[in-house]
Design a protein around this ligand. Structure first.
Ligand code: UDP
Ligand code: MG
Length: 167
């Protein structure tokens, strides 16, 4: 099935200068990049992204991690990959959630670690199923940032919305 996957290169991946390596590994899949950008992650965005893990003991540390507070890099790289079985292909390349259990040839196996607090710093996020991918892609991207029409959208006139513009 043709499907979309959200990929995040997490702050540890950026700090360790792994962007090129990770994108090269992902290019082995021959999937299409449908969107890409650098994002300053607000606390709200981090909490929304990981809201299914809210009750976990590691949640506060995980939010700090995604926001870049643990790596002095307050940014992540967000991408949407599109194509046949994209979720399965990208998760396979990423490897298991726990970097110690991930195959050593996988991205997480090669570059991840467990912190002394017990958090898995595993370099990359990959959506785990199509409904999670849709929720996450709509959270991280607006329709005009994706190069083709992946999900239905509409035009809306939004008044009184604060937006940054160039001076
Ligand atoms: N995580 C962790 N400890 C755990 C489970 C998860 O530190 O026991 C972190 C890890 O960074 C992981 C993220 O929380 O990537 C999201 O967890 P999820 O279960 O969704 O794993 P993923 O889909 O990223 O493999
Ligand atoms: Mg997950």
């Amino acid at each position: 099935m043709q499907e979309a996957t959200l990929i995040l290169i997490k702050p540890d991946g950026l700090k360790k200068s792994l962007t090129g390596n990770i994108l090269t590994r992902l290019s082995e899949t021959k999937l299409e990049i449908a969107a890409a950008k650098m994002v300053r992650v607000s606390e709200h965005l981090a909490r929304e992204h990981y809201k299914h893990l809210m009750d976990q003991p590691f949640f506060p540390e995980l939010i700090k991690y995604l926001q870049g507070d643990l790596h002095d890099r307050k940014k992540v790289m967000a991408l949407v990959y599109w194509g046949e079985d994209s979720i399965k292909k990208c998760r396979q390349l990423a490897g298991a959630t726990n970097p110690e259990e991930a195959e050593s040839t996988s991205i997480r196996g090669a570059y991840g670690r467990i912190t002394t607090q017990g958090l898995y710093e595993n370099v990359i996020h990959v959506s785990s199923d199509t409904s999670e991918a849709e929720r996450e892609i709509k959270l991280w991207f607006s329709p005009e940032e994706i190069i083709f029409d992946m999900y239905p959208f509409k035009e809306a006139l939004i008044r009184e919305t604060k937006k940054l513009v160039w001076v």
